[in-house]
Each structure stands twice: as structure tokens, then as C-alpha cells.
Design a binder for this molecule. Sequence first.
Ligand code: NAD
Ligand code: ZN
Length: 363
Amino acid sequence: MRLSIQLPGTGERVSEIMIEEGAMGRVRGDLEVFLGGRKAFWIWDENVASIWTERARGLGWPVQSRDGAIRFRFAESTKRLAGIEMLARELIRAGADRGSGLVAVGGGVAGDMVGFLAAVFMRGVPHFQVPTTLLAQVDSSIGGKTGVDLPEGKNLLGAFHQPRAVWIDPRFLSTLPPREMRQGMAEVIKTAMIGDEVLWRFIESHSDAIRRREAESLARVLSACCLFKAHVVEEDEKESGRRRVLNFGHTVGHAIEKASEYSIPHGDAVAMGMMAATSLSVSWGRFPSSDLARLERLCRAWELPTRIPAALTPGTILDALSADKKRVSGALHFVLPVSIGKTVEVMDPDLNDLEQVLKSLAG
Ligand SMILES: NC(=O)c1ccc[n+]([C@@H]2O[C@H](COP(=O)([O-])OP(=O)(O)OC[C@H]3O[C@@H](n4cnc5c(N)ncnc54)[C@H](O)[C@@H]3O)[C@@H](O)[C@H]2O)c1
Ligand SMILES: [Zn+2]
């Protein structure tokens, strides 16, 4: 499947998205076309390089351009400005210039960092993504949000910089640990809940096939999620309206991550956040409780938590929420489902109602 993102007013395609088995084998050739002979530097997640370099050679896939490849230990702990400086210096030593293209090969951390590096390197160079985790394939590689963390919080330094192309190869998922599959599935379930009832039913009936990484099921999930995200980004690149729908489950989810001092992984926190937002909707009579039970079953099928650990009291979560509210925009935007595949946005919901919901989810 081939998709493109076309931003209004620009009249041109900013991102090409290719989703297919073996897409990785085309990267080098496609890059030469995109860059018209200018240099390309592949930047690999160290871990992915060690798992995939030999495998890729065995499949006949090129793993670097003629200009070279670098490896970096991408992790949330190295997603910092210091990492950007190290990478930039390494690129300069390798001969990169202002026409060079940068290619991220790895998960969301690699994509966010290489994208940000590309936004600032020599005042901006093109970048390309080869996402290798489920989360990166369905979410972070699309849409052009790039950045690094500060000790004060995640993704606080960043830029919008759309990748020129994204090659999504489901084969990479064959080596992804189950824990990372689960984290990505939280975003897949989110996508289905906010915009794709057909995808929802597909995941309900094909979770085992997806868990076994069966090619057809993966292709279906990846294309549905990318199609949805690409549409949303086209409508609202900079998140002033429509793109906020992608935050379903994330308002409470981020507060939970923060209140747990980031000991709870993002996907787990999003699952709890989706349960909270959906329960709030149910408590207002705006969402059927039988469908809340379906969300709960689906999360459980993926071993995603549906209850909030007792140590995280509603008070600590609400405190983290209000800190976010001050920092972000002065208002809490809540995305609430009204049916599977459809949401509404509610500003500043009654926090007493939310507190009741959080109490009911304590487990
Ligand atoms: N830009 C966006 O729109 C956006 C959206 C969501 C998340 N994010 C960011 O994405 C990051 C999380 O991304 P992630 O979940 O991909 O984490 P990650 O990049 O840390 O990857 C998770 C782990 O999987 C390993 N890995 C990657 N591909 C593999 C493969 N094919 N086989 C085996 N192991 C593999 C990595 O080495 C790493 O250890 C966060 O920093 C988050 O802020 C960005
Ligand atoms: Zn997320």
C-alpha cells in the first residue's frame, strides 16, 4: 500500500508512506531518486542493527547508502540534546553537508531524534524513516512530530518536520519482543476506538493472528492505522484542532505516567487512560457500557492494564493533570468516545466526575 500526506496550501506531497513486506529492500534505491544523487546517511538503532544487519543481508536488503551508516544507542534515557549533538558531530565527521538526507532505522526514539536532528542540522535537511517497532509503524513515524526530552518532561524540545518518505516493513515486527508489541497495540486499539469501527472488529477477531505476526493481519492493521493518522495530519498538522483526537486516552495516560515517575510504560498508561475516558463517557450516559466491556476485554487480550494501581491515588493523578493543564494550554481537552469509531472533545470536564471514575478503576 502506498499513501501520501499532502498538507493544505502547499500543493505538494510532503510524505510518501510505503507499507509492504520487503519495503526495506527498496529504501536505498528509492532514496537515490528522492535525493537525486545527494548524500544519504542511515542512522540505525544499535539494538536493531545488531539484530537485523545479518538478516537484512540474507534477504538481499542494502543496509546503508554508499555514504555510510551510523549506529546509536537510542533509548528514552539518551533522547536528549546531548544525543543530538553527538549525532551531529558524527555526521559532520562522516562528511554530511546541507544537502544530505538522514534516514532513521529504529523505533520511535530513533525516529523522533533523527527527525529533530534533521530539522536543525545545517538549518534543516530532509529526513526519512524506516520504523521498526509497532508503535513507530502505526504512530510515531507519521505526522512529523520530532523532538527530545528534558529532565522536566518528555518531548519538551522539538519541531514539526515531516519525513519525505516512510518505509513500513512488517517483517521487522518478527523480532519485536512481546512487551513492545503490546505497547504498540495500545495505540492500535486507540486508533480503532477514535476512528475505525471496522478495524476494531478486525482486532477483536484477529488478536491471535496479530500476536503471531501473520503477514496479512499485520498489513491490515498497519494500513488502517497509517491511513487514519495520515488523514488526521493532513487536516491539522500542528495540532490546533482535529489532531487532538489522537490524544484519546493520553490526557489521563500522561498524568499516570508522570505520577508513576515514568515507571509505567506509555502503552500501559494509555490503556488505563482509555479506560478512564471511556468510563467517564459511560457515567455521563454517552457511551454504552457493553462497549466499555469490549474495550476492557480487548486490553486484557493484549495484557494491557485496565485498572489503575492503588499506589496512584486519584489525587496524585489529578495533581499531575492540573500541572499539565497549566503547562499546555490552560484548558484540559478530553477526547471522549460516543461509540466505537467516534469521539467528541470536551473541554475542562468536571474533575469530581473524573475523580469518581478514577476511584472506580482503582485496582
Ligand atoms: N513523534 C510522534 O508522533 C510520537 C508518537 C508516539 C510516540 N513517540 C515517541 O516514541 C518513543 C517510543 O517509541 P518505541 O516504543 O518505538 O520505543 P523505542 O524506540 O525505544 O523501541 C523500543 C525497543 O525496541 C527495540 N526494537 C526496535 N525495533 C525492534 C525490532 N524490529 N526487533 C527487536 N527490537 C526492536 C529498540 O531497540 C528498543 O529497545 C517515545 O520516545 C515517544 O515519545 C513519538
Ligand atoms: Zn501514545
